[in-house]
Design a protein around this ligand. Structure first.
Ligand code: F6P
Length: 380
């Protein structure tokens, strides 16, 4: 145990998601109840550390926020300390502000920094560790695409929201005999599409990892119609793409470490299906709805476990590591093993087989194996 620890810093980075406040609450309560530590919260992620914007978070502020979405600290997905955007003469220039961040950390007398975030935050944390900051990471993202943990908090809540949406869309699909296309976020990984597709009883699920064959998609729709099911639900991950095609980029944000924002592939899927089958399609893009709202019970417990364990790790001096969940147990992994990687669905994942046994079309012709069809969306 590291007896010297007195003050810990915390920040939330990247896109928000349900459960961030549950982690902050768990950190503050554990720091206070178990160790009598003071917690300093940086505002807007790494931006706050760089610009020295912070406040003390006491038990009062951390109380009553368990069920609250978003983050009481604010966040930013354009605050890479090594390439920090600064507006100069109406144009952005990029500065290395990592040394300023270290100075601010030191002048506050902090012993450890807990960074709650996804791959961008872990990549920044890995760099800051090399500059000497003792960091404990907590894995967050609705995309569920972080290495080192079986699940990130935020994912389950997003799945619940997507599933409820798919349930509601089912009724219109049935009543109007339409093909309804529901697009979910998830970036380069299909976890949200696959899991909400399974939970919502989707008929076709298209994921970034398996470029879709539109003929296979239309065959599945025709087969359903021939069986008297004159409607279909297609769940599409925003990173899905047709065989030989590329992902649909909605916009690029130059100041963001990952500049690409995906979105809109479902319109292409809809016009392809209408063109080939003559069946009317409608598109619903769930977008940021998936990041909002109250965390699910599963996420509240997971976020709480992560927050509690992060403080225990800080006190044990177990820094440079990210807390994770493996086989239901809290574990920790080196942050540098996680940084810069994306955990996608690989062809052997058991949920894919479950989906196929349930007759769900994965956008692949039955004559082609998933292994043959797999394309790493990050590499391609
Ligand atoms: O990583 C979380 C996520 O919601 C992705 O699913 C999505 O692609 C992206 O962030 C959207 O980012 P922004 O909030 O910048 O539009």
């Amino acid at each position: 145990m590291n007896e010297k620890i007195r003050r810990i810093g915390v920040l939330t980075g990247g896109g928000d998601c349900p459960g961030l406040n549950a982690v902050i609450r768990a950190i503050v309560k554990t720091a206070h109840n178990d160790y009598d530590l003071e917690v300093i919260g940086f505002v807007d992620g790494y931006e706050g550390l760089i610009e020295n914007r912070y406040r003390r978070i006491d038990l009062g502020e951390a109380s009553g926020i368990l069920a609250q979405g978003g983050t009481i600290l604010g966040t930013s997905n354009r605050a890479d300390p090594f390439r920090f955007p600064v507006l100069q003469d109406e144009e952005y220039i990029y500065l290395d502000r990592s040394s300023q961040a270290v100075r601010n950390f030191e002048s506050l007398g902090l012993d450890v920094l807990i960074t709650i975030g996804g791959d961008g935050t872990m990549a920044a944390s890995s760099g800051m560790m090399k500059k000497g900051l003792p960091i404990v990471g907590v894995p967050k993202t609705i995309d569920n695409d972080l290495f080192g943990t079986e699940v990130t908090f935020g994912f389950d809540s997003a799945c619940v929201t997507a599933t409820e949406a798919i349930d509601k869309i089912h009724t219109t699909a049935q009543s109007h005999h339409r093909v309804m296309i529901v697009e979910v976020m998830g970036r380069y990984a299909g976890w949200l599409a696959l899991c909400s597709g399974l939970a919502g009883g989707g008929d076709i699920v298209l994921m970034p990892e398996f470029p879709y064959d539109i003929e296979a998609v239309c065959d599945a729709i025709r087969t359903r119609n021939a069986r008297g099911k004159n409607f279909s639900i297609v769940v599409v991950g925003e990173g899905a793409k047709p065989i030989g095609g590329s992902m649909t980029v909605a916009r690029t944000i130059e100041t963001s470490p990952d500049a690409i924002r995906l979105g809109g592939v479902s319109h292409t899927v809809a016009s392809q299906i209408e063109g080939l089958t003559n069946i009317e399609c409608r598109v619903t893009i769930l977008g940021h709805l998936l990041r909002g709202g109250s965390p699910s019970a599963f996420d509240r417990i997971l976020a709480t476990r992560y927050g509690v364990e992060a403080v225990h790790m800080a006190v044990r001096g177990e820094t440079g590591r990210m807390v994770g969940l493996q086989n239901q147990q809290m574990v920790s992994v080196p942050i540098e093993d996680v940084a810069g990687k994306t955990r996608v669905i690989t062809p052997g994942h058991p949920l894919l087989k479950v989906a196929q046994s349930m007759g769900v079309c994965l956008g692949v012709s039955t004559s082609v194996s998933l292994e043959e069809h797999f394309k790493d969306p990050v590499a391609s």
